[in-house]
Design a protein around this ligand. Structure first.
Ligand SMILES: Nc1ncnc2c1ncn2[C@@H]1O[C@H](COP(=O)(O)OP(=O)(O)OP(=O)(O)O)[C@@H](O)[C@H]1O
Length: 332
């Protein structure tokens, strides 16, 4: 089946006085209908930049320098080139077909407008044919959908808890029945219990409505629980992409293994956890070979000289010379 979202060779630079910072360096990613794809990596690896590039929200000094994003929703007979959309076509596409819940989104609600007015504005802009009464009914249905009581419609954002505000943002993201919702750290600012409630609500909504989610976080243990597939990002690239169960049981990239070791999972035994020594590279400096080479316990000579991109290894896609060498040894 055609993926709902296809990201190909995406590159994003930030132009700075000292030269370009290569924040996203050639990302390929497919998202299938209804699936939850997690994107994980340390701070600064380019997750948010990728999310903004996919949703066409990049603003200067960020620039898309190469690549494409293609979308094909349930009702599309032909693929939509998201990277080529402009003006009203782009405004109509956003929220309607692909929506976003960003980091700290709950603080993005307008403080002087009641929740119902903010949700109604969205219908007003995207569904102008609806009457006022119909818009009001939709708002009630939406709040109910995300588990909020009716009175929330009449509330101002400051009268709601963080968890309730984040549910309002999720309601907004789902208002127009999109095929894809991109979520960047949607629960990070919330306490663990509220986080759990929101994730459970999200899982239930996905079952009922069938939208796909791109879920971005630095928390691998969370992604292992909720994702169908996981993309591990390092220094602006996806270095491993695969089924989340396979990735947990048999991580292929040494960075993925390091991340797994750094995060406790709910089911894992209590034992010492180790961070990955060293730091990610400076993305303002061109990278020769594998960006993880200087932190990798399995480094080989070619790792510091020769670039390596994703290739299939045992049902997972991995960008690592360990496997290119093994393949040569096997075939040779
Ligand atoms: N305005 C900017 N100017 C220059 N460089 C930037 C700018 N914004 C981000 N960057 C750089 O781009 C890279 C990717 O940043 P990005 O915020 O996408 O990473 P991230 O993985 O989402 O991090 P976090 O988890 O901390 O949000 C980083 O190296 C960052 O320093």
């Amino acid at each position: 089946m055609t993926p709902v979202l296809q990201v190909r060779n995406l590159h994003v630079d930030y132009e700075t006085a000292a030269g370009p910072v290569h924040a996203v360096r050639g990302v390929d990613l497919d998202v299938h209908r209804g699936e939850l794809v997690g994107i994980v990596g340390e701070s600064g690896c380019g997750k948010t930049t990728l999310a903004y590039a996919i949703t066409r929200l990049l603003r200067a000094p960020a620039h898309l320098t190469a690549g494409s994003v293609t979308f094909q929703g349930v009702h599309d007979t032909a693929p939509v080139s998201v990277t080529a959309l402009t003006g009203s076509a782009l405004r109509k596409f956003r929220w309607d077909r692909m929506s976003m819940v960003f980091q700290g989104a709950m603080n993005a609600l307008n403080p002087v407008q009641r929740v119902s007015a903010q949700l109604q504005d969205l219908f007003h802009a995207h569904r102008p044919q609806l009457t006022k009464a119909e818009r009001r009914t939709r708002v009630g249905e939406l709040l109910d959908l995300v588990g909020l009581p009716e009175r929330v419609a009449r509330s101002y954002p400051h009268q709601l808890s963080g968890g309730m505000r984040q549910r309002v943002m999720i309601a907004m993201a789902l208002a127009l029945d999109p095929d894809v919702v991109v979520m960047d750290e949607p629960t990070t600012a919330l306490d663990v219990l509220v986080q759990r409630e929101i994730l459970d609500a999200l899982a239930e909504l996905r079952r009922r409505l069938g939208f796909a989610v791109v879920f971005i976080t630095h928390d691998l243990s969370l992604l292992l629980e909720i994702s169908d597939r996981i993309a591990v990002m390092y220094a602006g690239r996806v270095v491993e992409l695969g089924d989340s169960v396979k990735l947990r049981e048999n991580p292929r990239h040494p960075y993925t293994a390091g991340l797994l070791n750094a995060f406790p999972t709910l089911r894992s035994e209590r034992r010492d956890r180790h961070g990955i020594p060293g730091h990610p590279p400076d993305l303002a400096v061109p990278i020769a070979g594998c960006a993880f080479a200087d932190r990798c316990g399995f480094v080989r000579p070619e790792c510091t000289t020769t670039d390596v991109t994703l290739r299939p290894v045992g049902g997972t896609d991995v960008a690592c010379h360990l496997y290119t060498a093994e393949r040569q040894e096997v075939s040779g």
